[in-house]
Ligand binder design. Structure first.
Ligand SMILES: Nc1ncnc2c1ncn2[C@@H]1O[C@H](COP(=O)(O)OP(=O)(O)OP(=O)(O)O)[C@@H](O)[C@H]1O
Length: 334
């Protein structure tokens, strides 16, 4: 179990990680999602003690990384920048790692087989493709047969076969009861990989909830209505007890509304409609909306702007209040 408490990292004026608090439990794949520059790599480096927090703390089974007696047996990581000497063979690289961590030589051949690199084990790393390099990085992470694995953007630049392989490997590792923590800036990748999702934007926690719950909340549909008589339309919607949100160009969106029912409701009250259209938010849109809000806040717009009708009012439940996530997004507050 990885636990973060108020974890903060400041680089000069940049607040890279801002009071992050969440746990990564064993037995599931936890996706760590955020746009470029959100603070994912910095957080992962702090977990491994490669970067010192400005505030807060992070523990691995209750201990700091530096306090672990056999760190490679506890946590294995693939970070974005891989350090493999280009003149070394894959096997020699792993052997050097194993020997410096008092791990048995047989484990080197086991992990080479596990990641499918046995046939090229004696080839020098400089001739490796991106996918082979990624497999070697994963072999290094798995060398100590760790209880926890952490991968930073492992599918970046890989072909579909490589992506599928890593996806299945992570699921298998979680199925074995390990803690799997993987970062990505792609919602689409997380949707098919992660069981649990932690979303950050500008270093802040935006969501921490099971993936099915994220999908349920964000695959909502809505009906958009636009009328030259907006006050009358709002009266009719309110009279029918329908929850609505402001949409673009003066329209209103009724979440989970029925197209035909709404058309008939407007007609029965003599409300002229210039638009009556179904709307469907994709997970990618929900993610972009969620993180765009955090960017907006940091740009100085402040909380509450959404109430006045931020463009396309999707994901209203995801708005950050400028200080912490709304109750709607925090799993433990559900
Ligand atoms: N060593 C450093 N010195 C100064 N600023 C840094 C350093 N490392 C990261 N940052 C800044 O901290 C912020 C978070 O960066 P980080 O790399 O952790 O984000 P990320 O979510 O991993 O993004 P990406 O997906 O682009 O790797 C960014 O604004 C980045 O420019």
């Amino acid at each position: 179990m990885i636990e973060l408490h108020d974890l903060t990292k400041r680089y000069g004026k940049t607040l890279a990680v801002d009071r992050l608090g969440f746990s990564v439990p064993p037995g599931v794949v936890t996706g760590f999602l955020g746009p470029n520059g959100a603070g994912k790599s910095t957080t992962m480096r702090m977990i491994l003690d490669l970067d010192r927090p400005t505030g807060g703390r992070v523990t691995i089974d209750g201990k700091r990384y530096g306090q672990l007696s056999e760190p490679l047996r506890k946590i294995g990581a693939l970070l974005e920048a891989r350090a493999v000497h280009p003149g070394r063979t894959a096997r020699d690289h792993l052997l050097w790692l194993a020997q410096s961590n008092r791990l048995p030589e047989r484990r080197v051949d086991e992990v080479l087989a596990l990641v499918g690199l046995t046939p090229v084990a004696r080839k020098r790393a400089r001739g490796f493709s991106l996918g082979m390099g990624q497999r070697l990085g994963i072999a290094s992470a798995l060398l100590g047969d760790p209880e926890i694995v952490m991968f930073d953007e492992p599918v970046n630049g890989l072909d579909p076969e490589g992506i599928l392989w890593i996806r299945n490997l992570m699921k298998r590792l979680a199925g074995e009861g390990r803690t799997v923590f993987v970062s990505s800036h792609l919602m689409s990748e997380m949707a098919v990989t992660a069981d649990h999702l932690v979303v950050i934007g500008k270093g802040r926690l935006l969501a921490d909830l099971p993936m099915p719950e994220f999908i349920r909340r964000n695959s909502r549909s809505a009906v958009r209505l636009r009328s030259p008589q907006p006050e009358r339309l709002l009266d009719v919607l309110a009279g029918a007890g329908l929850r609505h949100e402001p949409g673009p160009d003066g329209s209103y969106e009724v979440v989970d509304g029925d197209l035909a029912d709404l058309g008939e409701l407007a007609a029965s009250h003599g409300v002229v409609l210039h638009e009556l259209s179904p709307q469907q938010a994709s997970l990618e849109e929900a993610f972009m909306q969620m993180t765009a809000d955090s960017v907006e806040y940091h740009a100085g717009d402040g909380p509450g702007r959404d109430a006045a009708g931020a463009p396309g009012a999707w994901g209203a439940g995801w708005k950050a209040d400028g200080n912490r996530p709304t109750a709607a997004v925090r799993q433990e507050e559900n």
